[in-house]
Design a protein around this ligand. Structure first.
Ligand SMILES: *[C@@H]1O[C@H](CO)[C@@H](O)[C@H](O)[C@H]1NC(C)=O
Length: 393
C-alpha cells in the first residue's frame, strides 16, 4: 500500500506543483557596483569590439582573383664576350608569362657555343690531377659537368684536370659578377592587372579603378603618397619599399612579394573598395647566414650549325621573381551573424552572475553569512532522521 501511495504522490506533485528557484537579493553596495561594472564591461565588449570594430553584424567572404603582368623597359650592355647588345622584354622575362609571378633576369653567366664533345672539367678538389691515374673512367659526381673519360688534360697552363664528355666548354660559374649585368633593370616597370571577385556578394572589381583614364595610365608610376592607385611599379621602388637595395639584390637574385589587399566593407559605397599594395622580400636573406643566397636557374638556346650538328648557348640566369599575392575579405550586413552575435553577447551576461557569486560566497569577509542565506541546508535522510519528503509530513 505504501508503494502505491508514494507513486500517487509523485504523480500528484508532477501535475499539481510548480517549482521555481529562489533568488537571493544581497543589499550590498560593493557587490551591486561590482555586478554592474562586470556587466558594463561585457556590454562594451559586445557593442564596441564585436559589433563596431569586428563588424559582427556582417557576413564575410574571401577574395577570388586573377593577376596578369606586363613588364616594360630595355637595357643595353657592351661586353667583350657578347659585344654591344640590347636586352628587351622577350630576353629578360623568363618564362614569357607566368602564374601570379614574373621573373626578371638581372644578372647572368653566358657560356657560348657549347657542343657535345671532350674537354677538361672545372678545377676543384676532386677533378685536379697529375696524371691519368688520378682520373676514373665513367665517374660522375653530383657536381660533375659530364662523364669522366679517364684522361688527365691541361685546363690552363699550370692546372690539369680530368677530361669529361660533356657540353663543352663547361660553364665556369665560380666567379659571379660583382655588378648586376642588367643594371638598368631598376628602371623597368611592371604593370599589374588584377581582377577580384567576391562570389557570395557577386561583387567584382579591378585594380585599374574606374577613375583612371588611359592618359594617366600611360604616364603614372605607383607612389604610396601621390599615386597609390597607379598599377604600374618601378622595380627599384618595389625592392626599396621592402627595405632592400636593388643593385645588391640584382647580383644574386631573390624573391619579392607584391601583396594586394582588398578589404572591403560592402555596406558602404563600392568606390571605397580599393586595393592596397605592400611589398616584402620573401627569400630569406640575413647578413649572418649567407650560404646559397639568391635565386638562379639555367636554361639553354639550341642551334644547328651548317653541317647539322647541335650547339647551344647556356645561360645561368640570376634575377628577381615577383610573386603577386592577393588577399582580402569583404563584409556585408546579414541577419544570421547579427543574431548569433547578439545571442552569444546575451549569454555572456551570465558570466557576471557567476563571477559575483564566486566572490560573494568565497572571498568576501561575510561569506559565511551570505552562504547561510543563499543555501537551504538539508541533512541526509538516513542521518538526520525526521526531515521528510515534501509537504506531506
Ligand atoms: C634610372 O632612372 C633614373 C632617373 O630617370 C636615372 O637617374 C638612373 O641613372 C637610371 N638607372 C640606371 C641604372 O640607368
Amino acid at each position: 500500500m505504501a508503494a502505491r501511495e508514494s507513486c500517487c504522490a509523485g504523480c500528484y506533485s508532477f501535475l499539481f506543483e510548480y517549482d521555481t528557484p529562489r533568488i537571493v537579493l544581497i543589499k550590498s553596495r560593493k557587490v551591486g557596483v561590482m555586478n554592474r561594472l562586470v556587466q558594463l564591461a561585457i556590454l562594451a565588449y559586445v557593442i564596441g569590439w564585436v559589433f563596431v570594430w569586428e563588424k559582427g553584424y556582417q557576413e564575410t567572404d574571401s577574395v577570388v582573383s586573377s593577376v596578369t603582368t606586363k613588364v616594360k623597359g630595355v637595357a643595353m650592355t657592351n661586353t667583350s664576350e657578347l659585344g654591344l647588345r640590347i636586352w628587351d622584354v622577350a630576353d629578360y622575362v623568363i618564362p614569357p608569362q607566368g602564374e601570379n609571378a614574373v621573373f626578371i633576369m638581372t644578372n647572368l653567366i653566358v657560356t657560348l657555343n657549347q657542343t657535345q664533345s671532350y674537354c677538361p672539367e672545372l678545377p676543384d678538389k676532386t677533378t685536379r690531377c697529375q696524371s691519368d691515374e688520378n682520373c676514373m673512367k665513367g665517374y660522375v659526381g653530383t657536381h660533375s659537368n659530364g662523364v669522366q673519360t679517364g684522361k688527365c688534360v691541361p685546363y690552363k697552363a699550370t692546372v690539369k684536370t680530368c677530361e669529361v664528355f660533356a657540353w663543352c666548354p663547361v660553364e665556369d660559374d665560380t666567379r659571379v659578377p660583382k655588378q648586376p649585368f642588367l643594371k638598368e633593370a631598376e628602371n623597368f616597370t611592371l604593370l599589374l592587372k588584377n581582377n577580384i571577385w567576391y562570389p557570395k556578394f557577386n561583387f567584382t572589381k579591378r585594380n585599374i579603378l574606374p577613375t583612371i583614364n588611359s592618359t594617366y595610365l600611360k604616364t603614372c608610376i605607383y607612389d604610396p603618397k601621390t599615386d597609390p592607385f597607379c598599377p604600374i611599379f618601378r622595380l627599384r621602388q618595389i625592392v626599396e619599399a621592402a627595405g632592400q637595395n636593388f643593385q645588391e639584390m640584382a647580383v644574386q637574385g631573390g624573391v619579392m612579394a607584391v601583396q594586394i589587399k582588398w578589404n572591403c566593407d560592402l555596406d558602404k559605397s563600392a568606390s571605397l573598395c580599393v586595393p592596397r599594395y605592400s611589398f616584402r622580400r620573401i627569400d630569406n636573406k640575413d647578413s649572418v647566414h649567407t650560404v646559397a643566397p639568391g635565386y638562379n636557374f639555367r636554361f639553354a638556346k639550341y642551334y644547328k650549325d651548317a653541317s647539322g650538328g647541335d650547339f647551344r648557348t647556356l645561360i645561368k640566369a640570376y634575377g628577381i621573381r615577383f610573386d603577386i599575392m592577393v588577399f582580402g575579405t569583404a563584409g556585408k550586413f546579414d541577419i544570421i551573424p547579427t543574431m548569433i552575435n547578439i545571442g552569444s553577447g546575451l549569454a555572456l551576461f551570465g558570466v557576471a552572475t557567476v563571477l559575483c557569486d564566486v566572490i560573494v560566497l568565497y572571498f568576501m569577509k561575510k561569506r559565511y553569512y551570505y552562504r547561510e542565506k543563499k543555501y537551504k541546508y538539508v541533512e541526509d535522510y538516513e542521518l538526520g532522521g525526521n526531515e521528510t519528503y515534501g509537504s506531506q509530513s
